[in-house]
Design a binder for this molecule. Sequence first.
Ligand SMILES: NC(=O)c1ccc[n+]([C@@H]2O[C@H](COP(=O)([O-])OP(=O)(O)OC[C@H]3O[C@@H](n4cnc5c(N)ncnc54)[C@H](O)[C@@H]3O)[C@@H](O)[C@H]2O)c1
Length: 291
Amino acid sequence: MKELKDKVAFITGGGSGVGFGQAKVFAEEAGMKVVIADIRQDHLEQALDYFKGKDVKVHGIQLDITDRDAYAEAAAEVEKVFGTVQLLCNTAGVSQFGPIEKATYDDWDWQLDVNLKGMINGIMTFVPRMIEYGQGGHIVNTASMSAFVAVPSAGIYTTTKFAVRGLSEALRLELEKYNIGVSCLCPGGVNSNIHEAVKTRPAKYSNTGYYGEDPKVFAELKKAIEWGIDPVELARITLDGIKRNDKWILPFPEFIPLVEKNHAEVMEALHRYEDHPDVERRKKMMGTPDF
Ligand SMILES: NC(=O)c1ccc[n+]([C@@H]2O[C@H](COP(=O)([O-])OP(=O)(O)OC[C@H]3O[C@@H](n4cnc5c(N)ncnc54)[C@H](O)[C@@H]3O)[C@@H](O)[C@H]2O)c1
Protein backbone atom coordinates (compact mmCIF):
# COMPACT_ATOMS: atom_id res chain seq x y z
CA MET A 1 0.00 0.00 0.00
CA LYS A 2 1.93 2.99 -1.25
CA GLU A 3 -0.63 5.74 -0.68
CA LEU A 4 -1.71 5.92 2.95
CA LYS A 5 -3.14 9.40 3.30
CA ASP A 6 -6.82 9.46 4.40
CA LYS A 7 -6.96 5.66 4.56
CA VAL A 8 -8.25 3.96 7.71
CA ALA A 9 -5.88 2.18 10.10
CA PHE A 10 -7.07 -0.04 12.94
CA ILE A 11 -4.43 -0.63 15.63
CA THR A 12 -4.94 -3.14 18.42
CA GLY A 13 -3.03 -2.32 21.57
CA GLY A 14 -2.86 1.22 20.18
CA GLY A 15 -2.94 2.81 23.62
CA SER A 16 0.63 1.97 24.60
CA GLY A 17 4.11 1.07 23.40
CA VAL A 18 4.45 -0.25 19.84
CA GLY A 19 0.78 0.40 19.01
CA PHE A 20 0.79 3.95 20.35
CA GLY A 21 3.92 4.67 18.32
CA GLN A 22 2.07 3.38 15.24
CA ALA A 23 -0.95 5.57 16.05
CA LYS A 24 1.27 8.68 16.31
CA VAL A 25 3.18 8.05 13.08
CA PHE A 26 0.21 6.90 10.99
CA ALA A 27 -2.00 9.82 12.12
CA GLU A 28 0.55 12.64 12.34
CA GLU A 29 3.07 11.73 9.65
CA ALA A 30 1.09 9.61 7.17
CA GLY A 31 -2.22 11.52 7.48
CA MET A 32 -4.26 8.36 8.05
CA LYS A 33 -7.55 8.06 9.91
CA VAL A 34 -6.53 6.02 12.93
CA VAL A 35 -8.56 3.83 15.25
CA ILE A 36 -6.91 2.99 18.53
CA ALA A 37 -8.34 -0.17 20.07
CA ASP A 38 -7.15 -1.17 23.52
CA ILE A 39 -8.40 -3.22 26.44
CA ARG A 40 -7.09 -0.67 28.97
CA GLN A 41 -9.30 2.37 29.36
CA ASP A 42 -6.43 4.31 31.00
CA HIS A 43 -4.12 3.59 28.06
CA LEU A 44 -6.86 4.60 25.67
CA GLU A 45 -7.49 7.88 27.50
CA GLN A 46 -3.78 8.75 27.69
CA ALA A 47 -3.44 8.12 23.97
CA LEU A 48 -6.51 10.16 23.06
CA ASP A 49 -5.33 13.00 25.35
CA TYR A 50 -2.08 13.09 23.38
CA PHE A 51 -4.00 13.77 20.15
CA LYS A 52 -6.38 16.36 21.66
CA GLY A 53 -6.14 19.70 19.84
CA LYS A 54 -4.01 18.23 17.03
CA ASP A 55 -5.14 18.33 13.42
CA VAL A 56 -5.52 14.54 13.12
CA LYS A 57 -8.33 12.02 12.73
CA VAL A 58 -8.18 9.57 15.63
CA HIS A 59 -10.93 7.48 17.19
CA GLY A 60 -10.69 5.31 20.33
CA ILE A 61 -12.51 2.05 21.07
CA GLN A 62 -12.15 0.03 24.23
CA LEU A 63 -11.80 -3.53 22.96
CA ASP A 64 -10.64 -6.84 24.29
CA ILE A 65 -9.41 -8.57 21.13
CA THR A 66 -10.27 -11.98 22.60
CA ASP A 67 -13.98 -11.03 22.59
CA ARG A 68 -15.30 -11.91 19.12
CA ASP A 69 -18.70 -10.23 19.49
CA ALA A 70 -17.09 -7.02 20.73
CA TYR A 71 -14.66 -7.19 17.81
CA ALA A 72 -17.53 -7.34 15.31
CA GLU A 73 -19.16 -4.35 17.03
CA ALA A 74 -15.88 -2.45 16.88
CA ALA A 75 -15.61 -3.10 13.13
CA ALA A 76 -19.15 -1.82 12.59
CA GLU A 77 -18.34 1.30 14.65
CA VAL A 78 -15.19 2.02 12.63
CA GLU A 79 -17.07 1.73 9.36
CA LYS A 80 -19.62 4.26 10.58
CA VAL A 81 -17.01 6.69 11.89
CA PHE A 82 -14.25 6.45 9.27
CA GLY A 83 -15.15 3.83 6.61
CA THR A 84 -13.51 0.54 5.61
CA VAL A 85 -10.26 -0.41 7.31
CA GLN A 86 -7.39 -0.79 4.83
CA LEU A 87 -4.53 -1.10 7.30
CA LEU A 88 -4.95 -3.60 10.11
CA CYS A 89 -2.22 -3.58 12.74
CA ASN A 90 -2.51 -6.64 14.93
CA THR A 91 -0.21 -5.20 17.55
CA ALA A 92 -1.71 -6.00 20.98
CA GLY A 93 0.19 -8.66 22.84
CA VAL A 94 1.09 -9.77 26.34
CA SER A 95 3.96 -11.59 27.97
CA GLN A 96 4.62 -13.29 31.25
CA PHE A 97 7.93 -14.96 31.90
CA GLY A 98 8.64 -18.26 33.62
CA PRO A 99 9.75 -21.80 32.79
CA ILE A 100 7.32 -24.05 30.94
CA GLU A 101 7.46 -26.70 33.64
CA LYS A 102 5.94 -24.25 36.14
CA ALA A 103 3.14 -23.07 33.81
CA THR A 104 -0.52 -23.70 34.53
CA TYR A 105 -3.13 -24.23 31.82
CA ASP A 106 -4.32 -20.69 32.63
CA ASP A 107 -0.83 -19.36 31.86
CA TRP A 108 -0.96 -21.05 28.45
CA ASP A 109 -4.53 -20.03 27.73
CA TRP A 110 -4.06 -16.34 28.49
CA GLN A 111 -1.06 -15.76 26.22
CA LEU A 112 -2.44 -17.98 23.44
CA ASP A 113 -5.81 -16.19 23.65
CA VAL A 114 -4.35 -12.70 23.29
CA ASN A 115 -1.22 -13.16 21.18
CA LEU A 116 -2.55 -15.74 18.73
CA LYS A 117 -6.34 -16.07 18.92
CA GLY A 118 -6.82 -12.31 19.37
CA MET A 119 -4.86 -11.81 16.14
CA ILE A 120 -6.95 -14.47 14.42
CA ASN A 121 -10.06 -12.57 15.55
CA GLY A 122 -8.69 -9.43 13.90
CA ILE A 123 -8.05 -11.31 10.67
CA MET A 124 -11.46 -13.02 10.72
CA THR A 125 -13.15 -9.67 11.36
CA PHE A 126 -11.39 -7.44 8.85
CA VAL A 127 -10.08 -9.59 5.98
CA PRO A 128 -13.55 -10.38 4.52
CA ARG A 129 -14.39 -6.66 4.74
CA MET A 130 -11.14 -5.69 2.98
CA ILE A 131 -11.75 -8.26 0.23
CA GLU A 132 -15.34 -7.08 -0.28
CA TYR A 133 -14.22 -3.45 -0.44
CA GLY A 134 -11.92 -4.46 -3.28
CA GLN A 135 -9.37 -1.68 -2.84
CA GLY A 136 -6.51 -3.77 -1.44
CA GLY A 137 -4.90 -3.08 1.87
CA HIS A 138 -2.24 -4.18 4.29
CA ILE A 139 -1.94 -6.17 7.52
CA VAL A 140 0.93 -5.83 9.98
CA ASN A 141 1.15 -8.70 12.44
CA THR A 142 3.42 -7.97 15.37
CA ALA A 143 5.38 -11.06 16.34
CA SER A 144 8.81 -10.68 17.98
CA MET A 145 12.37 -11.86 17.52
CA SER A 146 10.95 -14.64 19.73
CA ALA A 147 9.38 -15.85 16.49
CA PHE A 148 12.89 -16.87 15.39
CA VAL A 149 14.82 -17.69 18.55
CA ALA A 150 13.78 -19.19 21.85
CA VAL A 151 15.21 -17.91 25.11
CA PRO A 152 14.77 -19.59 28.49
CA SER A 153 11.68 -18.62 30.52
CA ALA A 154 9.79 -17.28 27.54
CA GLY A 155 8.42 -20.60 26.28
CA ILE A 156 4.73 -19.69 26.14
CA TYR A 157 5.41 -16.29 24.57
CA THR A 158 7.79 -17.91 22.07
CA THR A 159 5.14 -20.48 21.14
CA THR A 160 2.62 -17.73 20.41
CA LYS A 161 5.09 -15.67 18.37
CA PHE A 162 6.30 -18.62 16.26
CA ALA A 163 2.61 -19.19 15.49
CA VAL A 164 2.15 -15.54 14.51
CA ARG A 165 5.07 -15.89 12.11
CA GLY A 166 3.49 -18.96 10.47
CA LEU A 167 0.12 -17.28 10.29
CA SER A 168 1.66 -14.21 8.66
CA GLU A 169 3.57 -16.20 6.02
CA ALA A 170 0.45 -18.20 5.10
CA LEU A 171 -1.80 -15.16 5.03
CA ARG A 172 0.61 -13.23 2.82
CA LEU A 173 0.55 -15.99 0.18
CA GLU A 174 -3.23 -16.17 0.23
CA LEU A 175 -4.07 -12.46 0.21
CA GLU A 176 -1.68 -11.45 -2.56
CA LYS A 177 -4.39 -12.00 -5.19
CA TYR A 178 -6.59 -9.41 -3.44
CA ASN A 179 -3.76 -6.88 -3.41
CA ILE A 180 -3.61 -7.12 0.38
CA GLY A 181 -0.06 -7.18 1.67
CA VAL A 182 1.00 -8.84 4.91
CA SER A 183 4.07 -7.91 6.93
CA CYS A 184 5.37 -9.68 9.98
CA LEU A 185 6.92 -7.14 12.35
CA CYS A 186 9.41 -8.75 14.70
CA PRO A 187 10.71 -6.37 17.33
CA GLY A 188 13.65 -7.07 19.61
CA GLY A 189 13.60 -4.76 22.63
CA VAL A 190 11.09 -1.91 22.61
CA ASN A 191 10.74 0.61 25.41
CA SER A 192 7.07 -0.02 26.18
CA ASN A 193 4.82 -1.02 29.08
CA ILE A 194 4.81 -4.74 28.36
CA HIS A 195 6.56 -5.31 31.72
CA GLU A 196 3.17 -4.81 33.40
CA ALA A 197 1.16 -6.91 30.92
CA VAL A 198 -0.27 -9.15 33.67
CA LYS A 199 -2.47 -6.20 34.70
CA THR A 200 -4.83 -7.15 31.85
CA ARG A 201 -4.92 -10.85 32.67
CA PRO A 202 -8.59 -11.83 33.08
CA ALA A 203 -9.95 -13.30 36.33
CA LYS A 204 -10.97 -16.50 34.51
CA TYR A 205 -7.25 -17.21 34.07
CA SER A 206 -6.17 -16.32 37.60
CA ASN A 207 -4.35 -19.58 38.37
CA THR A 208 -0.71 -18.90 37.60
CA GLY A 209 2.56 -20.69 38.18
CA TYR A 210 4.40 -17.41 37.68
CA TYR A 211 4.18 -13.90 39.20
CA GLY A 212 1.28 -11.52 39.71
CA GLU A 213 1.04 -7.73 39.85
CA ASP A 214 4.30 -7.20 41.72
CA PRO A 215 6.03 -3.79 41.37
CA LYS A 216 9.43 -5.38 42.09
CA VAL A 217 8.97 -7.86 39.23
CA PHE A 218 7.70 -5.06 36.97
CA ALA A 219 10.84 -3.02 37.75
CA GLU A 220 13.09 -5.99 36.87
CA LEU A 221 11.19 -6.63 33.64
CA LYS A 222 11.32 -2.94 32.69
CA LYS A 223 15.14 -3.06 32.94
CA ALA A 224 15.09 -5.71 30.21
CA ILE A 225 13.30 -3.42 27.70
CA GLU A 226 13.99 0.21 28.64
CA TRP A 227 17.15 0.26 26.48
CA GLY A 228 15.02 -0.83 23.54
CA ILE A 229 14.00 1.11 20.45
CA ASP A 230 11.63 4.04 20.77
CA PRO A 231 8.13 3.00 19.57
CA VAL A 232 7.85 6.05 17.29
CA GLU A 233 11.12 5.16 15.55
CA LEU A 234 9.90 1.58 15.17
CA ALA A 235 6.61 2.85 13.71
CA ARG A 236 8.47 4.97 11.12
CA ILE A 237 10.41 1.89 10.05
CA THR A 238 7.12 -0.05 9.96
CA LEU A 239 5.54 2.61 7.75
CA ASP A 240 8.37 2.23 5.22
CA GLY A 241 7.92 -1.55 5.36
CA ILE A 242 4.20 -1.21 4.62
CA LYS A 243 4.87 1.06 1.63
CA ARG A 244 7.36 -1.49 0.22
CA ASN A 245 5.08 -4.42 1.16
CA ASP A 246 7.97 -6.04 3.03
CA LYS A 247 7.28 -9.60 4.13
CA TRP A 248 9.51 -9.14 7.16
CA ILE A 249 10.09 -5.97 9.16
CA LEU A 250 13.17 -6.92 11.14
CA PRO A 251 15.10 -3.82 12.17
CA PHE A 252 17.06 -5.64 14.90
CA PRO A 253 20.31 -6.89 13.30
CA GLU A 254 21.77 -7.45 16.77
CA PHE A 255 19.92 -10.79 16.56
CA ILE A 256 21.78 -11.94 13.42
CA PRO A 257 24.19 -14.32 15.24
CA LEU A 258 21.34 -16.08 17.08
CA VAL A 259 19.14 -16.41 13.99
CA GLU A 260 22.09 -17.58 11.86
CA LYS A 261 22.91 -20.26 14.42
CA ASN A 262 19.29 -21.46 14.45
CA HIS A 263 19.03 -21.56 10.67
CA ALA A 264 22.37 -23.30 10.34
CA GLU A 265 21.08 -26.01 12.68
CA VAL A 266 17.92 -26.43 10.60
CA MET A 267 19.90 -26.68 7.34
CA GLU A 268 22.33 -29.15 8.88
CA ALA A 269 19.43 -31.32 10.02
CA LEU A 270 17.92 -31.28 6.52
CA HIS A 271 21.21 -31.95 4.68
CA ARG A 272 21.93 -34.93 6.97
CA TYR A 273 19.28 -36.99 5.14
CA GLU A 274 20.03 -35.95 1.56
CA ASP A 275 21.40 -39.40 0.68
CA HIS A 276 18.47 -41.31 2.16
CA PRO A 277 17.24 -43.79 -0.51
CA ASP A 278 13.59 -42.63 -0.44
CA VAL A 279 14.30 -38.93 -1.06
CA GLU A 280 14.41 -39.02 -4.89
CA ARG A 281 11.04 -40.81 -5.07
CA ARG A 282 9.38 -38.23 -2.80
CA LYS A 283 10.90 -35.30 -4.69
CA LYS A 284 9.09 -36.46 -7.86
CA MET A 285 5.75 -36.72 -6.03
CA MET A 286 5.94 -33.40 -4.16
CA GLY A 287 3.14 -30.86 -4.61
CA THR A 288 0.38 -29.03 -2.76
CA PRO A 289 -3.33 -29.83 -2.96
CA ASP A 290 -5.21 -27.39 -5.14
CA PHE A 291 -8.19 -26.06 -3.14
N1 LIG B 1 8.33 -4.41 24.20
C1 LIG B 1 9.11 -5.29 23.62
O1 LIG B 1 10.31 -5.39 23.92
C2 LIG B 1 8.55 -6.19 22.54
C3 LIG B 1 9.44 -7.04 21.86
C4 LIG B 1 8.95 -7.86 20.87
C5 LIG B 1 7.61 -7.85 20.55
N2 LIG B 1 6.75 -7.03 21.23
C6 LIG B 1 5.34 -7.09 20.87
O2 LIG B 1 4.85 -5.79 20.62
C7 LIG B 1 3.44 -5.80 20.82
C8 LIG B 1 3.03 -4.58 21.61
O3 LIG B 1 3.58 -4.70 22.91
P1 LIG B 1 4.24 -3.47 23.68
O4 LIG B 1 5.64 -3.85 23.97
O5 LIG B 1 3.97 -2.23 22.99
O6 LIG B 1 3.45 -3.58 25.06
P2 LIG B 1 2.49 -2.53 25.81
O7 LIG B 1 2.02 -3.28 27.01
O8 LIG B 1 3.17 -1.23 26.01
O9 LIG B 1 1.29 -2.33 24.78
C9 LIG B 1 0.38 -3.38 24.52
C10 LIG B 1 -1.03 -2.82 24.56
O10 LIG B 1 -1.91 -3.91 24.25
C11 LIG B 1 -3.04 -3.81 25.10
N3 LIG B 1 -3.68 -5.13 25.25
C12 LIG B 1 -3.27 -6.17 26.00
N4 LIG B 1 -4.17 -7.17 25.93
C13 LIG B 1 -5.15 -6.73 25.09
C14 LIG B 1 -6.36 -7.30 24.64
N5 LIG B 1 -6.76 -8.52 25.05
N6 LIG B 1 -7.15 -6.59 23.80
C15 LIG B 1 -6.78 -5.33 23.41
N7 LIG B 1 -5.66 -4.72 23.84
C16 LIG B 1 -4.84 -5.43 24.66
C17 LIG B 1 -2.48 -3.29 26.42
O11 LIG B 1 -3.49 -2.70 27.23
C18 LIG B 1 -1.44 -2.28 25.94
O12 LIG B 1 -1.98 -0.99 25.86
C19 LIG B 1 3.10 -7.12 21.47
O13 LIG B 1 2.56 -8.01 20.51
C20 LIG B 1 4.44 -7.62 21.95
O14 LIG B 1 4.49 -9.01 22.06
C21 LIG B 1 7.20 -6.20 22.22
